[in-house]
Design a protein around this ligand. Structure first.
Ligand SMILES: [Zn+2]
Length: 86
């Protein structure tokens, strides 16, 4: 089994959060909501990773919700760092 990295998670979130512009040129994106990491939970389920330690690491590094992982955690935890397995 190849271990997954934070880069894999950031790529997944890049597609699901999908930063884009609306018709008026305003920045919009998707997020499961303040304090929620449901997209991260989906990724963990798909990849058969334990959500709890990953959630803990994200929240400790500015990732309080799906979009904040891209705004904040991505600048703190490098792409090549392996995701914790437990
Ligand atoms: Zn968010």
């Amino acid at each position: 089994m190849t271990s997954k990295t934070y880069g894999d998670l950031y790529n997944y979130l890049g597609e699901t959060v999908d930063f884009r512009k609306d018709e008026a040129g305003k920045d919009i994106w998707d997020c499961s909501g303040p304090g929620k990491l449901e997209f991260v939970r989906d990724f963990c389920k798909e990849q058969e990773l334990d959500f709890i330690p990953i959630e803990r690491a994200l929240r400790a590094n500015g990732g309080g919700c799906d979009c904040e992982v891209l705004w904040n955690t991505q600048d703190i935890i490098a792409d090549e760092v392996a995701l914790p397995l437990e």
